[in-house]
Design a protein around this ligand. Structure first.
Ligand SMILES: *Cc1c(COP(=O)(O)O)cnc(C)c1O
Length: 415
């Protein structure tokens, strides 16, 4: 298949580019942990990376390899390593590529557990500077001689800041610094970090990639743009073959193989099924989210709406230029005096739950849950009010969602 086909066509048919067992249309779930070879020389070749093949399930598996191929296509990359969770993809990548004495720059608008893990890294002698990544100049100002990488997310959660993705890519290129973009909130369908010159792209597969919320997973994709010959921390044994592959080889060998955050084959199967329809689902959920954002912006009980699709959003123009749509994540700040729990309890369709990118619309009170550990002071400094509710907008019929919200707002006004 030529690679000029559309996103959904390419994703859907990626398995069929290689013959599948018995003419099966889906890559089967291979549960075997070990793989037997009739010629002993062959297993040696596989271990030494001189021949493609499978050796032991912790490092790779045919079902997971087929999934990795799909993600590579989605991100227009050259190789992908899959992990048990998105956090495993992030922690393993950084542990495989950083050493004590290194420094890196990260966005201050990060997924809570990523932020927490980066703080843990400081206990191991790796220093991190958190900066407002909506302006590339802040990243440039934080660079040090020992800076190894810059890590940002496309859209911040829960306040939907859009990083200066292109500007930061320029800064990283000028300084030969590895640029890592967590693309979970956009996925390759809405935005490809490769266009911003990212070297590595991270996706939590748990979220919109699966869409069903029935399997955890994560992935790191190499775009092929980073010149690994200027990266200090690589072991000589991984500096063989194509240069573009060195970093991802070390992530696979020193990271996945040694640390063991392997994606199980049945999880890979569930995620692959979800990924077939990601384009269709995002068309619907992003359209729903835009309609809802406009609805909330006009409602007198809502103080503020956080969504890149509305004109008053600080990075509205940037989001318009970069993304196919504005995403499925939206937050609102209810007016003071409205009890957020009453509002959530009055919703009959929208579920109070902590996940993103699910087919169902989910809501969560931010200050009481995902940002609770941070404390009131830090929340206030980040502009997170007690009345903030985060929504992950799903694919329901929009009239039903609007009716649910109208009813819940009306009911919480009277209590
Ligand atoms: C959820 C999420 C992660 C972590 O993914 P898990 O699969 O839950 O471990 C990382 N980054 C972002 C932006 C996320 O939303």
């Amino acid at each position: 298949m030529k690679n000029n086909k559309g996103f959904t066509t390419t994703t859907l048919h990626s398995d069929l580019q290689k013959p599948i067992e018995h003419g099966s249309l889906h890559k089967p779930v291979h549960t075997s942990v070990a793989y037997g070879y009739q010629q002993a020389e062959e297993i040696a070749q596989v271990f030494q990376g001189k021949q493609a093949g499978f050796s032991y399930g912790r490092a790779s598996n045919p079902t997971t390899a087929a999934l990795a191929e799909k993600v590579t296509k989605m991100e227009d990359g050259i190789a992908t390593v899959c992990f048990a969770t998105g956090m495993s993809a992030i922690s393993t990548t950084l542990l495989a590529l950083l050493r004590a004495g290194d420094h890196f720059v990260a966005s201050s608008f990060l997924f809570g557990n990523t932020n927490s893990f980066f703080n843990t890294l400081s206990q191991f002698g790796v220093e991190v500077s958190f900066v407002d990544a909506t302006q590339a100049e802040n990243v440039r100002a934080a660079l040090q001689p020992n800076t190894k990488m810059v890590f940002v997310e496309t859209i911040g959660n829960p306040a939907t800041q859009v990083a200066d993705l292109m500007g930061i890519g320029e800064v990283c290129e000028q300084h030969d610094i590895l640029y890592i973009v967590d693309n979970t909130l956009t996925s390759g369908y809405l935005f490809r970090p490769k266009v911003a010159k990212a070297g590595l792209v991270i996706n939590s597969l748990t979220k919109v990639m699966g869409g069903h919320g029935m399997a955890l997973g994560g992935a790191v994709t190499a775009t092929g743009l980073y010149d690994w010959s200027s990266y200090d921390n690589l072991y000589d044994i991984y500096k063989k073959g194509a240069k573009e592959m060195w970093g991802v080889t070390q992530i696979l060998k020193k990271g996945l193989r040694d640390m063991g955050g392997t994606l199980p084959p049945d999880g890979a199967h569930h995620l692959a099924l979800g990924m077939e329809t990601i384009g269709l689902r995002l068309e619907r959920s992003c359209a729903n989210a835009l309609t809802l954002a406009r609805f909330f912006a006009k409602h007198e009980m809502v103080n503020k709406v956080f969504y890149p699709g509305i004109e008053s959003h600080n990075e509205h123009q940037r989001a318009t230029d970069l993304f196919r749509h504005y995403g499925f994540l939206m937050s609102v700040e209810l007016n003071e005096g409205i009890n957020r729990f009453d509002f959530l309890n009055a919703l009959s369709l929208v579920v109070t739950a902590s996940n993103l990118g699910d087919n169902r619309t989910l809501a969560i009170p931010v200050a009481d849950t995902i940002y609770y550990e941070m404390g009131a002071e830090r929340r206030a400094s980040m502009g997170i009010a007690d009345g903030m509710i985060r929504f992950s907008v799903g694919i329901e019929d929009i009239d039903d969602l609007i009716e649910d919200f109208l009813t819940a707002l009306a009911l919480s006004a009277t209590t």
